[in-house]
Design a protein around this ligand. Structure first.
Ligand code: SAM
Length: 473
C-alpha cells in the first residue's frame, strides 16, 4: 500500500504486465532461424527487447541452448575481456520489520541473531577486509527505521575513512530497503557506488504471497519504482535483481529485462548490474517452492541475461558453489564476491564454519580471497579491484557512452592490472604472487604498443617497488 508519505517517481507506473509476460511465454517455440537472428543482434552488442528475450527463453532445444551458451561466452569475452571484478559483502544490521517468508531476517524468526554493528565493530570488520586485500564492499542492511538514510550515509563515510597499512576501501555499494527521493539524495552525498535493490519476484501474485501484508515490503510498486526514484535523485548507478526460486524463472528473466528497458527508456540509462541469486536454506525458514532452479536452468538464465543486456554487469555471489561460479563467469558473469562472510561480525570471527543463526542464508563458497584469486589466475581470468569509472564520473548515462569498443583496452585492462599488482605486492601468498606476476607479464605483452602501454608499465613498476598506490586510468 502506498501511503501519503510515500511519493513515487515522476509519472510512476507499474510497468510489469503479468498477463503480457505470460502470453509471451505461452506462445509457440521460435524457429531456429529466428533464434539465430536474435543471437546475432546480441553479438552486435545491441540490447534485446522483451519479445526477443522471450524467444531465447523458449528456445529449449538442446542444440539451441548450446548455441545460446556459446554466444554468451563469446559476448562475455568481447565486452568484458577476461577481467573479473571482486568485492565483499559486509552485513551491518540484521534488524528487519519485514516478514519475507524465505528470509531469516524476517521479524517473526526467533532463531535470528539481531545485531547492528557498532562503530568500532564496523571499523574492525573493514580493517579485516582491507587486510585481506579488498577494495570494494557492499554494505547490507535489513529494513528497519534504525537504518535510515543518514545512518547508511554515516556507515559509508566511516568505511571510507578506515585505512590499515596500504589498505583502503575505494568503492562502497549499498543493499538496503527502498528509499524515497530525499533518502537517495542523502546517501548519494556519501559518494556511494551502486544502490542495489532486488525486486525478489516480478510476478505480482507470487510477490504478494512471499511478502505478507502489513509490512513495508508488501508494497510491490514502492519497490519496483525505487530505482526510478534513485535516478531522479541523481543516484544513476543502480543494481536490480530477482531472487530465483520464488516464481517461474522464465517470468523473472523477462521481468528483469523489462525493468532494465524501463530505466533505459525513462532515464536514458539502464541498471549498472543485474543479480540473480537462487533461494538458499536459511535458519528458521521453511521454504516449499516448486520454482527452485536447477543448475542447467541457472546457466540458461545467465546466458540469456548476458545476451539480453550486453553492457550490464552480472553478479554471481557466494550463494553458489565454486564449480557453478566458474561456469557462470564463462557464461557472462563479470563480478563475484570472494572471501565472503555474511554473519554479522564474520570477518573477525575465527574459523571457517558458518553460523546459520547469525546469517541471512547459507553460502556455498567459503574459500579465502587468496584461493579465489589464484583460481582466477590459473583459469585465465584477471582479478580486478578497479574502481576508476565511478571515481572519474563514468557512471550512468555517461558510463554508457564509454562502454564502447576500445574502452576496455584503454581503461579496464590497465586498471585491472594495476589493482592486481597492488594485491600481489601487498596481500598475496607467495604462490599467488608468483603466478599473478606471470599473468601480468602475459597480459601486458598482449597489449598493442601505445602510450597507455608505456604508462601502464611505468605504473606497474612503481607499485611493485614503491609505496605509491591507487594509480588509475
Ligand atoms: N533490506 C533489504 C531489502 O529490503 O532489500 C534486503 C537485504 S537482504 C539482506 C539482501 C537480499 O538477500 C534480498 O534482497 C534477497 O534477495 C536475498 N535473500 C533473502 N533471503 C534469501 C535466501 N534464503 N536465499 C538467498 N537469498 C536470499
Amino acid at each position: 500500500m502506498i501511503t501519503a508519505d510515500m511519493t513515487l517517481s515522476r509519472n510512476a507506473v507499474d510497468f510489469i504486465d503479468d498477463g503480457r509476460i505470460e502470453d509471451l511465454l505461452a506462445g509457440a517455440r521460435p524457429d531456429r532461424q529466428a533464434v539465430r537472428d536474435i543471437i546475432a543482434k546480441s553479438l552486435a552488442k545491441q540490447a534485446l527487447s522483451v519479445e526477443e528475450t522471450a524467444a531465447l527463453v523458449k528456445a529449449d532445444q538442446p542444440e539451441l541452448v548450446e548455441e545460446i551458451f556459446e554466444a554468451a561466452r563469446q559476448l562475455k569475452r568481447t565486452v568484458y575481456g577476461n577481467r573479473i571484478v571482486l568485492f565483499a559483502p559486509l552485513y551491518v544490521g540484521s534488524y528487519c520489520n519485514n516478514a519475507c517468508v524465505y528470509c531469516s531476517f524476517k521479524r517473526s524468526n526467533p532463531d535470528a541473531m539481531r545485531k547492528t554493528l557498532t562503530d568500532d565493530e564496523l571499523v574492525d570488520q573493514v580493517k579485516a577486509l582491507e587486510n585481506m586485500g579488498h577494495k570494494r564492499l557492499i554494505l547490507v542492511f535489513g529494513e528497519h527505521p534504525w537504518y535510515a538514510p543518514q545512518f547508511l550515509t554515516d556507515c559509508v563515510r566511516k568505511v571510507y575513512e578506515v585505512r590499515v597499512g596500504r589498505g583502503d576501501i575505494r568503492r562502497v555499494n549499498i543493499n538496503a530497503a527502498p528509499l524515497d527521493h530525499e533518502g537517495f539524495r542523502i546517501v548519494r552525498e556519501a559518494a556511494i557506488g551502486t544502490f542495489q535493490i532486488f525486486q525478489e519476484t516480478y510476478n505480482h501474485r507470487a510477490y504478494a504471497a512471499w511478502h505478507p501484508p502489513m509490512t513495508r515490503k508488501h508494497g510491490y510498486l514502492w519497490r519496483l519504482d525505487a530505482m526510478c526514484r534513485a535516478m531522479e535523485s541523481g543516484q544513476d548507478d543502480v543494481g536490480i535483481g530477482a531472487l530465483f526460486g520464488l516464481a517461474d524463472w522464465r517470468f523473472e528473466v523477462l521481468g528483469l529485462v523489462t525493468h532494465s528497458l524501463h530505466l533505459q527508456e525513462k532515464y536514458g540509462c539502464g541498471p549498472h548490474t543485474v543479480s540473480f541469486p537462487r533461494l538458499k536454506p536459511a535458519a528458521g525458514v521453511k521454504v516449499a517452492s516448486k520454482h527452485l532452479v536447477n543448475d542447467h536452468d541457472f546457466k540458461r538464465i545467465i546466458a540469456i541475461l548476458r545476451l539480453a543486456v550486453p553492457y550490464t554487469g552480472l553478479i554471481c555471489t557466494a550463494r553458489e558453489n565454486p564449480r557453478i561460479r566458474r561456469e557462470a563467469m564463462d557464461l557472462g558473469v563479470s563480478q563475484i564476491d570472494a572471501g565472503t562472510r555474511i554473519e554479522l561480525g564474520g570477518y573477525t570471527a575465527s574459523g571457517d564454519a558458518q553460523q546459520l543463526e547469525k546469517e541471512q542464508f547459507a553460502i556455498s563458497d567459503t574459500r579465502p580471497l587468496d584461493d579465489v584469486v589464484l583460481e582466477l589466475i590459473r583459469t585465465g581470468h584477471v582479478p580486478s579491484w578497479c574502481t576508476s569509472c565511478y571515481r572519474l564520473g563514468r557512471t550512468g548515462e555517461h558510463f554508457m557512452e564509454f562502454a564502447i569498443p576500445g574502452f576496455i583496452k584503454r581503461f579496464c585492462t590497465p586498471n585491472a592490472l594495476t589493482t592486481l599488482m597492488e594485491y600481489l605486492v601487498d596481500y598475496a601468498t607467495p604462490q599467488t604472487r608468483r603466478e599473478g606476476l606471470q599473468l601480468i607479464g602475459r597480459e601486458s605483452r598482449k597489449m598493442e604498443e601505445s602510450p597507455i602501454k608505456k604508462q601502464l608499465a611505468d605504473r606497474l613498476e612503481k607499485i611493485r617497488t614503491t609505496d605509491q598506490r591507487d594509480l588509475y586510468f
